[in-house]
Write a protein that binds this ligand. Structure first.
Ligand SMILES: [Zn+2]
Length: 393
């Protein structure tokens, strides 16, 4: 009954006009999740999983590995070729998972608990990515990559801890993956949940408590600062699973922008914590979507510009991976086509980052390479679509 009421309330709310910010120029934002998070350990991990009897290759995320220095350099080179009306290059907001499972340590302790290895300590044993961290930093220095916070682990730690000691099928699968240096393949084991959200809670609440979320977010921000030598200003919760506790904990740690998933057509707006909420406009996921079309994405972008909201493009890191399967070449070609079409049609186009949007609604200007650029920003009512937000991140 409570669920029914909740659903009815959500539906009702989604038809109501929502107050948010409208911008007087076409703005394009690129947001990308899952950077720094290892998956299937290249060809070696693939073979180990096959030997366990896993029928790999059924879905795209079976081919998810980890970006290489070359993948990152290829993105940087593409973005540098695309300039907006002020000469600024396109910029990719990259949401980082700042730690990986320390598989050796977990195994040495008989899978009794989770041990993590922060990015500042390097990648887990068995993973080789020469020059990757330098490639991140070079792209950031060049002004085309913009790191933001995804989390410390993508999965919900309490959920994984329960299954790590499970003698049943799920425990066997999880321990088998970890022995092969692979943290998880989400579609095969959705019971691992997302960082702040437990899919099978023992109590009533599926989100972790405020206290627990704060205890996860504070060290994540500290690791981020150590790794990038700057504090994160924008964050996106794994699986887009964030609630008031998440926003509150983010705000306490200096996060100013919260990224939300696609589907709602919500305009940018502030919440009670002073966090600017942004909503993705489209999935640009050629590695995952069979029916992917650049034209469809261009139509969505035009619709955003017509409504006065930024076109916020969601493109997950898998689309740029290349070691198990080359997703990168096709994605870069399609992204090139997409950005070129927008630039050709909109001579006043601006490529902006999450923090630029915050500056714009706060001060009305953003710093381009030469001078401050003014963009008219107005507050008004928007009609939003009655669509539930997407569940992938
Ligand atoms: Zn994610």
């Amino acid at each position: 009954m409570l669920n029914l009421l909740r659903r009815a309330w959500r539906r009702r709310r989604s038809f109501l006009p929502v107050e948010g910010f409208a911008f007087g120029r076409p703005l394009v934002v690129l947001q990308s999740d899952d950077w720094g998070r290892v998956g299937v350990r290249d060809g070696e991990g693939w073979e180990e999983l096959r030997a366990l009897g896993m029928n790999l290759g059924e879905r795209s995320y079976d081919f998810y590995s980890l970006e290489t220095a070359e993948d990152v350099a290829a993105i940087v080179s593409l973005l540098q070729r695309h300039r907006d009306s002020t000469g600024r290059p396109a910029s990719l907001g990259m949401n980082f998972i700042v730690a990986n499972v320390d598989f050796d340590k977990v195994s040495a302790n008989n899978f009794r608990q989770i041990y993590l290895r922060a990015l500042t300590e390097g990648l887990p044993e068995g993973w080789k990515r020469p020059g990757l961290f330098e490639a991140y930093r070079e792209g950031i220095s060049a002004g085309v990559l913009s790191p933001a916070l995804h989390g410390t682990t993508h999965f919900c730690r309490p959920a994984v801890e329960r299954h790590l000691v499970d003698p049943g099928e799920r425990g066997v699968l999880l321990r088998g993956l970890w022995k092969a240096g692979v943290p998880y393949i989400h579609w095969r084991m959705p019971w691992i949940g997302f960082e702040y959200w437990d899919p099978e809670p023992h109590g009533e609440e599926d989100f972790l408590t405020s206290e627990v979320q704060e205890s996860l977010i504070a060290p994540a921000v500290e690791t981020f600062i150590r790794f990038f030598s700057k504090a994160p200003r924008s964050a996106c919760a794994p699986g887009y699973r964030a609630n008031q506790s998440t926003y509150g904990a983010w705000a306490k740690r200096g996060i100013r922008v919260a990224q939300n998933g696609p589907g709602s057509a919500m305009p940018p707006h502030f919440d009670g914590n002073g966090i600017l909420h942004l909503y993705r406009s489209m999935d640009f996921e050629p590695a995952v979507e069979e029916e992917f079309s650049v034209d469809a994405c261009l139509r969505v972008a035009e619709d955003c510009f017509a409504r006065g909201v930024p076109a916020i493009v969601s493109v997950h890191s898998i689309n740029f991976h290349s070691t198990i399967k080359d997703f990168r070449s096709r994605t870069l070609g399609l992204l090139d086509e997409f950005l070129a079409a927008l630039e050709a049609k909109h001579p006043d186009l601006l490529y902006v980052r999450d923090e630029d949007l915050h500056d714009l609604v706060d001060k009305g200007t953003l710093q381009s390479m030469q001078a401050a650029v003014r963009v008219p920003v107005t507050k008004r009512k928007f009609m939003t679509r009655a669509v539930e937000a997407g569940w992938r991140a």
